[in-house]
Design a binder for this molecule. Structure first.
Ligand SMILES: NC(=O)c1ccc[n+]([C@@H]2O[C@H](COP(=O)([O-])OP(=O)(O)OC[C@H]3O[C@@H](n4cnc5c(N)ncnc54)[C@H](O)[C@@H]3O)[C@@H](O)[C@H]2O)c1
Length: 356
């Protein structure tokens, strides 16, 4: 085990997106003496408003910018003496990667490489050999798909990405590994299962379903709905990243999962039941009548499952939320933040495609 690492100033890329926003709040709440600079290009998925309540804090700064601007990143790292990068910025939606892979290769591969080059220039070439970390946030989708009886993905499962999104994340994982192995950059990587929680853009299954159910509109379910995912509440992901940054082995990858395997159809049905309990007299109750099966996504992976014994055994990781408690908290958040999904600037991706 490495001696514990104590970051002083984090550069959080993609901090105005779903997980990044939750991470920034989680971190500043737990480590109020730490500084955070968020670097985010504010694509369709990023919202600076998410972080507005932090504007007055002296230890928080938001910078609008692209991770591909290497010199700019170098200036940020140098100027603010940043010692740790937590790299969330990515194009993250599988459907969009099917219809337009270019942006995924640009941000997820070239962008990650650009960040690594900046980190190498500032931290290694100028002699700060120990006190730095580059934590790369990745996905379980790099491992491909599982059959019903296959063992869950472990860190030694061979990579077999199936979508352009997964392939671009797989490539970025390999580049991070190479920078550790070849140049000695202090890196760690986490490969996490499907996240859900506050601030998730409502093109993803859970917020999309909640938004459609609250609006009394048809809820699309791909194909037979029997695709299995392992769901993790977003702050349980953040807890895992926290442990890895502080105590993880350098150059190591850690799988993070929630032991919550569910078919998409079960998950959507559970959300319908939650809505029935909260709004028994809604005109569209029982809400399950809104479920509509639509043509399946091309190349749709059938099953993901995570074996998280490495992070559990080495770092003592345990998810805190159950699926029931996490979904209930998430629904509460979407009910309290209608402006996040109701106003016109957030359109559902399926609707974009229909108009195109
Ligand atoms: N959401 C999940 O279930 C999940 C699961 C495992 C891993 N991940 C990984 O976690 C990370 C965050 O995912 P998310 O769901 O929060 O994504 P998201 O799409 O909600 O947010 C991505 C953020 O990155 C920013 N961004 C995009 N391109 C950029 C660029 N070139 N330069 C700077 N900023 C840029 C966007 O503006 C946005 O704020 C991604 O790397 C994703 O692969 C996500």
């Amino acid at each position: 085990m490495n001696p514990a690492y104590h970051p002083r100033h984090l550069l959080v890329t993609g901090g105005a997106g779903f997980i990044g926003t939750n991470f920034v709040y989680y971190w500043l709440d737990k480590y109020p003496d730490c500084k955070i600079t968020v670097l985010d290009a504010l694509t369709y998925a990023g919202r600076q408003e998410n972080l507005q309540p932090l504007d007055e804090k002296p230890n928080f700064r938001f910078v609008k910018g692209d991770i591909l601007e290497q010199e700019r990143v170098e200036n940020l790292l140098r100027g603010a003496q940043i010692d740790t990068i937590v790299h969330f910025a990515a194009e993250s939606h599988v459907d969009r990667s099917i219809y337009g892979p270019d942006a995924f290769l640009r941000t997820n591969i070239d962008g990650t490489h650009s960040l690594l080059k900046a980190a190498k220039t500032v931290w290694l070439d100028q002699g700060r050999l120990d006190q730095h970390r580059f934590h790369h946030v990745s996905t379980d989708e790099v491992y491909g798909t599982l059959g019903p009886a296959d063992p869950a993905f472990s860190e030694t499962t061979p990579y077999a990405p199936n979508s352009p999104y997964a392939a671009s994340k797989a490539a970025s994982d390999h580049i991070v590994r190479a920078y550790q192995h070849t140049y000695g950059l202090n890196t760690t990587t986490s490969n996490c299962s499907n996240n859900y929680g506050p601030w998730q853009y409502p093109e993803k299954l859970i917020p999309l379903t909640i938004a459609k159910l609250l609006q009394g509109r048809p809820v699309p379910v791909y194909g037979d709905g029997q695709q299995i995912r392992d769901w993790l509440y977003v702050d349980d992901h953040n807890r895992g990243i926290d442990l890895i940054i502080h105590q993880g082995r350098l150059g190591e990858t850690y799988n993070i999962g929630g032991n919550n395997e569910q078919t998409n159809l079960n998950l959507v049905s559970t959300l319908c039941q939650l809505l029935d309990q909260r709004f028994p007299h809604a005109p569209h109750a029982p809400h399950r009548q809104l479920i509509t099966h639509v043509a399946d996504r091309p190349g749709h992976d059938r099953r993901y499952a995570i074996n998280n014994s490495r992070i559990s055994t080495e770092l003592g990781y345990r998810p805190v939320e159950t699926l029931a408690s996490g979904l209930s908290r998430t629904l509460d958040w979407y009910l309290e933040h209608r402006e996040f999904w109701e106003n016109g600037d957030i359109a559902l991706f399926g609707e974009h495609k229909e108009k195109a």
